[in-house]
Design a protein around this ligand. Structure first.
Ligand code: FES
Ligand code: FES
Length: 190
């Protein structure tokens, strides 16, 4: 066990953990940030998706792969790095720094979305289109949607949304409403 400092939603947080502990459990169990959800635990469903201020490369990869940044689960190295990642397969030792040091990367969970530029606009679109059904996947959906709309500066396309969101599963089938909400929010990101 060791002490790590991570920056979450703009605030440095120090936790005691094994370097191989996965960030999802740190966020949920130690920091009481329960927005990111445990869906599959192996990097395939997207329920645990969070954003990062710069791409996180942890044993090869980031959250846009339907697979995992953890080489135990995937031999595939995504070629495009993005500012989102799967916390269920990202180890604290890959994102944290020694306790008291300044983290180079800030992690944004769904709890911090409203504090990001255009975050409220995206949330308003989600409400406008009544996107959520059971809601379990929606934190991950919103964080992936935010990453895409920010990256393309609001120039959303159907194909782009499909590619950006294909690795976020929704068992309730809210995909059409997600797409509509993203298109509605896109102008705010320009
Ligand atoms: S819980 Fe499914 S990708 Fe992390
Ligand atoms: S809203 Fe129920 S799983 Fe997506």
């Amino acid at each position: 066990m060791a002490s790590f400092t991570i920056s979450v939603n703009g605030t440095p947080r120090t936790v005691t953990a094994d370097k191989n502990d996965y960030l999802l459990y740190i966020l949920r169990d130690k920091l009481e940030l329960t927005g990111p959800k445990y869906g599959c635990g192996v990097g395939v469903c997207g329920a645990c998706t969070c954003n990062s201020s710069t791409p996180i490369v942890a044993e090869g990869g980031n959250g846009n792969s339907p697979y995992s940044p953890d080489s135990r689960f995937s031999g595939t190295q995504p070629t495009t790095q993005k500012n989102k990642f799967r916390t269920c397969v990202t180890r604290i030792g890959d994102v944290g720094v020694a306790a008291g040091s300044t983290p180079a990367i800030n992690i944004t969970t769904i709890e911090g979305l409203s504090g990001l530029p255009n975050g409220p606009a995206l949330q308003a679109a989600w409400e406008q289109f009544d996107v959520a059904q059971c809601g379990f996947c929606q934190a991950g959906q919103l964080m992936s949607a935010y990453e895409y709309l920010t990256r393309v500066k609001g120039a959303a396309t159907d194909e782009g949304i499909t590619n950006a969101m294909q690795a976020n599963m929704c068992r309730c089938g809210t995909y059409p409403r997600i797409r509509a909400a993203m298109m509605a929010a896109a102008p705010s990101f320009r």
